[in-house]
Structures are given as structure tokens and as C-alpha cells.
Design a protein around this ligand. Structure first.
Ligand code: F7E
Length: 339
């Protein structure tokens, strides 16, 4: 049985990756912040399963800044594969939290590489890089050779982390891969990312639970895919003969406005009467249009995305609608039980 260690296991990607690896007969270890509660987390279904939790899924508590605790965990787990998914991943928040973002995302990755250098049995490392590397790219679509021109502290941190992974791979022979990930979404996405914020609001407005949706730049365009596809790409990257970098994207670009239209259409609402734009939510600078060319991943890993943009937005909006309705009826039942 192969053993994997995931930092950031409680996030969207970490939880899908844990599901994927457990289905593929791995023993999975996750690093969890001391303050995390697993009760209603994205791991709750695994945590509550007595055949999985503490049998094939093990959680270890440490903060990413606590390098001695991390080193101990790495040495005791002796994983075959290490997926370093933890970090501050909100691009907008990286402006007011620039130092913290660079410390966790850039220097945090370097610290992890340093631990790996000293380990006797070295695991294979996957590092999730980002389309934010490219910032305002001079060419479109972008591929693994497109120059880095980041426009946010987050993009700068990812540029450092991506390059340092390559340097350690070349200088010290580590099996370390970068996956340049374009936006990838799901019902497990954090609520402060635009896809989830919009789909949840459309469902809540339809159910009469929210009055309006306030957004930033509706003209921004992104290449949005389905998160479980990207997690499969992470795993495929580590199954190759030689460590390399791969870009994961759908090759299609859509605007935030199109995302809004589809989400509201999924619940039979006209979006114009419910959405407001607030320039306070615009970022100081950002890539306006990003689109990726994943032909290397397709050619060498056999990776293709499985879900269209419309299917993705329908899927998230439907999940939000069902969840809010369920929460509403649980609330009604508990109110009824109390009277
Ligand atoms: O924004 C615009 C916003 O926060 C998408 C992360 O996973 O993907 C993600 O970063 C777009 C931007 O994702 C709101 O300005 C408008 O143009 O969902 P997002 P992101 O910044 O693209 C990359 C690849 C990563 O690596 C990151 O870790 O939507 N937008 N109005 C808004 N965005 C947010 N969050 N909230 C708004 O109200």
C-alpha cells in the first residue's frame, strides 16, 4: 500500500485528493492546523467513517510555520508521495496580507524542500503552482514555457515557489513537480472565491434567504474547471518516470458576468435585478484574461477535463440550493421540536 502525506488536507483540493487516494488504496496522512475542527469540515464524511479514520486516514496536528513539528511528522510518516497544498490561496487577500502570503506560500515551500533534502527515503513532491504566475501574459493561451509576469503578491509568491521547486529538482535530484493550476471549483470551494459566492447567492436569493449579491469586476475572465479533475492531474504528475512540470486548464475562458448569468439561470432568475457592483471589491491589479494550454498534460499524462463550464456552474448552484434547503428544513424541525 502506497503512503501519501497531504499538507492542506482540509481544503477543497486536499479533501478531494484524500478521497481519490483512499479510493486508489493509499494510506493517507494529513497535516491539520491545531485550530481546525473536523466535525463539519470537508473531511467530515471520512472522519466519521470507522473503516477509514485512524485505519487508512491519519491526521497529524501542526501549523505550517512550526518547522520542527513538520519535520517530525515527515520523518515519522515516511510517505512515498507528498502533496504540499497548504498556503494562503486567496489572491485578493494577498494584497492586504502580502507578508503572510509570501511567508506561507513562498518561504513555506522552500522550508519543505529543505526538510526533503535531509530525509533518508525522499518522497515524491507535488507543488500546486498557479495561473497567477502569468499575470498579464504577452501570449495566449499560456503553456509551461510562458514567462512569469505576476501582478499580485500571491502570484509573486507562487513564482518564487515554482522556480525554487525546479532549482531543487535540478540541483539535488529531488522528484519534485509543479502543476500550474488554473481556477478549479466545486461545491467544496471556499465561500470567498467568486464561483461559490455567486452560486450560493443565486440559490439563497431564490429561496428568499438573501436580498442581493455584491460583486467586484464582472469583466475579469478566467479558465474555470472542476476541482476533482485537477486533483487527478496532481496524482498523475507523480506517477511518471521523470519529474516535470505540467499545466492543467480547460482551454476555455469565461467572464465573471457569464458565471453570474449561468448561476441565476440555473435557479430561473434574471440576474440583473439582484446583482450590484462595488468597486471596493476590485483588486489593485489583476490578470484580466487567463487561459491555459494543457496539451502537454494531455499528451504525456492522458489528462483531460471532464466537465463543461455550464455543467460546473449548474452542479455548484444545485448543490448550494439543496444544502440551503436542507439547512432550512433542519432549522424548521429543530424549531418545531422545541415548541
Ligand atoms: O476570483 C473576480 C476577481 O477569487 C476570480 C485561487 O484558487 O485561482 C483562484 O484565484 C475572479 C477575479 O479566484 C469578486 O477579481 C469579481 O478576477 O474566485 P477568485 P482567483 O483570484 O482567480 C487561481 C488560479 C489561484 O491560484 C488562486 O489560489 O473573480 N471577482 N467579484 C471576484 N472575486 C472574488 N473572490 N469575490 C468577488 O466578489
Amino acid at each position: 500500500m502506497k503512503r501519501a502525506l497531504i499538507t492542506g488536507i482540509t481544503g477543497q483540493d486536499g479533501s478531494y485528493l484524500a478521497d481519490y487516494l483512499l479510493k486508489n488504496d493509499y494510506e493517507v496522512h494529513g497535516v491539520v492546523r491545531r485550530t481546525s475542527s473536523l466535525e463539519r469540515s470537508r473531511l467530515a464524511h471520512l472522519f466519521k467513517n470507522p473503516d477509514i479514520y485512524n485505519k487508512r486516514l491519519f491526521l497529524h496536528y501542526a501549523d505550517l510555520e512550526d518547522i520542527t513539528a513538520l519535520r517530525r511528522i515527515f520523518l515519522s510518516v515516511q510517505a512515498d508521495e507528498l502533496y504540499h497544498l497548504a498556503g494562503q490561496s486567496h489572491v485578493g487577500l494577498s494584497f492586504p496580507m502580502a507578508e503572510m502570503t509570501c511567508d506561507l506560500t513562498a518561504i513555506g515551500t522552500l522550508r519543505l524542500l529543505e526538510i526533503m533534502r535531509d530525509m533518508p527515503g525522499k518522497p515524491r513532491l507535488f507543488h500546486p503552482s498557479s495561473s497567477e504566475l502569468f499575470g498579464q501574459p504577452k501570449s495566449s493561451p499560456q503553456n509551461e514555457d510562458t514567462p512569469y509576469l505576476p501582478t499580485s503578491p500571491y502570484g509573486c509568491a507562487k513564482a518564487f515557489a515554482t522556480q525554487i521547486v525546479k532549482v531543487y529538482r535540478d540541483c539535488y535530484g529531488l522528484f519534485a513537480c509543479n502543476g500550474i493550476m488554473y481556477n478549479h471549483e466545486s461545491p467544496r470551494r471556499g465561500e470567498n472565491f467568486v464561483s461559490r459566492k455567486i452560486c450560493r447567492a443565486a440559490a439563497a436569493i431564490k429561496l428568499g434567504l438573501q436580498a442581493k449579491l455584491v460583486l467586484g469586476n464582472l469583466d475579469a475572465e478566467r479558465d474555470w474547471g472542476y476541482a476533482p479533475d485537477y486533483v487527478r492531474g496532481m496524482w498523475l504528475s507523480l506517477q511518471q518516470q521523470k519529474a516535470d512540470d505540467y499545466l492543467f486548464a480547460t482551454g476555455e475562458t469565461h467572464s465573471v458576468r457569464e458565471l453570474v448569468e449561468l448561476a441565476f439561470k440555473a435557479v430561473d432568475l434574471e440576474w440583473e435585478s439582484h446583482v450590484e457592483v462595488d468597486t471596493a471589491l476590485f483588486r489593485p491589479s489583476e490578470p484580466l484574461r487567463l487561459v491555459g494550454d494543457a496539451s502537454k498534460a494531455k499528451r504525456e499524462l492522458g489528462w483531460t477535463p471532464s466537465c463543461s463550464f455550464q455543467e460546473l456552474i449548474n452542479l455548484i448552484t444545485r448543490a448550494e440550493f439543496d444544502e440551503l434547503q436542507q439547512l432550512g428544513s433542519e432549522g424548521d424541525n429543530s424549531r418545531r421540536n422545541r415548541t
